[in-house]
Design a protein around this ligand. Structure first.
Ligand code: VG1
Ligand code: CO
Length: 544
């Protein structure tokens, strides 16, 4: 094997965001751009000679090109073996499952998640460590440092690996094994959930299910698990074929982008259960007949009912949620007498808590839910959890949600996104909030009294690392909250996210439309941050 030492110069801005490095495809296509970042990953790792690496992506444009480059570089850098999904496909949770199951040194995921794909779309790359989870900030910072003074990368001259053929091939001294992307993941799901019972539910006359894979990675996973293994009707999985441009769509499972499914579920004769996942398969949206379950409520409901599911029969050690996620799960944890942890946005912050056995379930308001079965959020896992609950409780989605609100109260919740705003203006808005924030305490805004206002800072309870500036919080004396932060996953301009929450214990007042119930707080949020003034926008681009 002849190793080539190729000289290169650094590219600015190769800093991983909330979830890996995401840029336009055209940026990744620049000579040496991908190679620099991959070499920086390898240069930041210890003791990987002869070890196992897992590689795969969400099937978007540039996926297989990038994989061939990475395979050659992995061989040149001294990995012993690489597992790669057939046709280069692996969902993010399946990647996590494989790293753990085969004790790999780590994995490289090619995905920009729900960001649009195609020649003019986005591409992304992310490194996961040996526990199967996203690299923590200590590692991503080290990778970024390496990208700043990189002078060379290593590769080998070799022809492309045939990614369509399962089995072993060699690339220099390294072995490449092309594997079924679904099988190991599906087996793990069979261990956690009561497939027998779900099968019986799906067989019930009149019970209909629709899963929208949005032409992204979950198509093959959903078809295998829901149709082949669980016996759902053949038309149950929509848009099942992964396409390089995701069919021109936006595989972000929310009320705006999954409108086709939402419309179907709102139909009087619509299905009983609906769900969708995102580009890389780690998100989930849950719908019942004419009801949308907010991700924050979903997390709380899964926690409250976990003992009904075989994998969680013994109960939960604790739960964790990202800071902007609603406090609904806190109430469940309170009742169960288990701890709840509040982390910054991004799944990488859950890894230490899961590894230390401090939490079993965790979730984010951004349609992410998961558990200690892997170290990523997991879209299909959440779908199976819900199906298991429906089967065990013999209730509809609506009955379960309404019953939950009656018992715990309802946390009205909404997130308003202002996408693609001017980055300078967005930063000025955040700076303004940081300055005025301190003066708000004790003040009254509308009918709400400010209890605290701060810029969220997190100290990891396991390794004691500190992450600052994770979002501005304004907390009110009745438990209501407004949170502001800028997105760390976008590739154009800035995206301002405003999260609004209000608690309603009275069952007689729990059935308002969320926007209506949060009306006053939404107005306050706009005024305090002077959103219109800074962004020039009258209203958000996406409301969830
Ligand atoms: C968003 C979400 C965050 C999530 C991240 C990655 O980040 O808010 O909760 O972890 O996307 O999800 P940001 O920085 O844009 O708010 V995924 O499905 O894109 O891997
Ligand atoms: Co995703």
């Amino acid at each position: 094997m002849k190793i080539q030492d190729v000289s290169t110069t650094p590219y600015a801005g190769q800093q991983p965001g909330t979830s890996g490095l995401r840029k336009k495809v055209s940026v990744f296509q620049q000579a040496g751009y991908l190679e620099n970042f991959v070499q920086a990953i390898f240069d930041s790792l210890d003791d990987f000679q002869g070890k196992l690496l897992v590689v795969g992506g969400d099937g978007r444009y540039y996926n297989t090109t990038a994989i061939q480059t990475i395979l050659r570089m992995a061989a040149a850098n001294g990995f012993g073996k690489v597992l790669v999904g057939q046709d280069g496909l692996l969902s993010t949770p399946a990647m996590s499952c494989l790293i753990r199951k085969y004790a790999a040194h780590g994995g490289i995921i090619l995905s920009a998640s729900h960001n649009p794909a195609g020649v003019d779309g986005d591409f992304g790359i992310k490194y996961n460590i040996a526990n199967g989870g996203p690299a923590p900030e200590t590692v991503t910072n080290r990778i970024h440092e390496h990208t700043r003074d990189i002078t060379r990368y290593l590769t080998v001259e070799a022809s492309d690996i045939d990614l369509s053929r399962r089995g072993s091939q060699s690339l220099g001294n390294m072995q490449v094994e092309v594997i079924d992307p679904v099988a190991d993941y599906a087996e793990l799901m069979e261990q956690l959930f009561d497939f027998e019972r779900i099968r019986a539910l799906l067989k019930k006359p009149g019970f209909a299910l629709r899963f929208d894979a949005m032409h992204a990675i979950t198509g093959p996973y959903a078809s295998d698990i829901l149709i082949t293994r669980l016996g759902a009707a053949s038309g149950s999985v929509l848009n099942a074929l992964p396409l390089e441009d995701f069919g021109g769509g936006h595989p972000d499972p929310n009320l705006t982008y999954a409108h086709e499914l939402v419309a179907m579920m709102n139909d009087a004769d619509g299905p009983d259960f609906g769900a969708a996942s995102d580009g890389d398969g780690d998100r989930n949206m849950i719908l019942g007949s004419r009801i949308f379950v907010t991700p924050s409520d979903s997390l709380a409901i899964l926690a409250a009912n976990a003992r009904l599911v075989p994998g969680y029969r013994d109960g939960l050690a604790g739960v964790a949620r990202s800071m902007p996620t609603s406090q609904a799960v806190d109430r469940v944890a309170g009742k169960l007498g288990i701890p709840v942890y509040e982390t910054p946005t991004g799944w990488k912050f859950f890894g230490n808590l899961l590894d230390a056995g401090k939490v079993t379930l965790c979730g984010e308001e951004s349609f992410g839910t998961g558990s200690d079965h892997v170290r990523e959020k997991d879209g299909l896992w959440a779908v199976l959890f819900w199906l298991n609950l429906l089967a065990a409780r013999q209730e509809t989605v609506e009955e379960i949600v309404h019953g939950h609100w009656r018992e715990y109260g309802r946390n009205y919740y909404s997130r308003h996104d202002y996408e693609g705003v001017d980055a300078t203006a967005a930063n000025q808005l955040m700076d303004g909030l940081r300055e005025t924030g301190g003066e708000l305490q004790g003040k009254t805004l509308g009918s709400y009294r400010v209890d605290y206002s701060d810029d969220f800072s997190y100290t990891d309870p396991v390794d004691h690392s500190v992450s600052r500036n994770q979002g501005i919080r304004i907390g009110f004396s009745d438990g209501s909250r407004i949170v502001y932060r800028l997105s760390g996953t976008g590739t154009e301009g800035a995206t301002l996210r405003v999260y609004i929450e209000r608690y309603e214990p009275d069952p007689g007042k729990q059935h308002l439309d969320a926007q209506e119930a949060l009306h006053d707080l939404i107005r306050i949020a706009g005024e305090v941050a002077r959103i219109r003034e800074f962004t020039g926008r009258e209203s958000p681009t996406v409301i969830t």
